[in-house]
Design a protein around this ligand. Sequence first.
Ligand code: TYC
Length: 115
Amino acid sequence: MDQKNSIDKDQERLLEEESGTRALVRPEEKTKVPSFYKVLILNDDFTPREYVVHVLQKFFKKTEQEATHLMLQVHHKGMGVAGVFTCEIAETKAYQVNEYSKKHKYPLKCVVEAA
Ligand code: TYC
């Protein structure tokens, strides 16, 4: 049983103890924990370094220094985390970067992975 479920059960037991009856009422609105997704940026042999820095600044709001550092990490290690977002935002960022790079005729790619 996961933690959320076991908390629900505890709450149910408390309600029963307080009222001396079986609980018919469960907490109405269950708050959902959002899932997070990483946008990975992949290395390739053709995209210019300055363009990668530009993309990281434009789409991931990195400073020039942060963007340069991440670009070099990706260049040496093969990939890096450009950002962590909820599912829809992560998919949108990756799509925007990939389309933008196609338009500029560079093979730069972003992919989304569960965080
Ligand atoms: N490897 C590229 C080059 O040498 C630079 C680069 C870095 C490309 C990071 C993509 O995500 C990337 N021009």
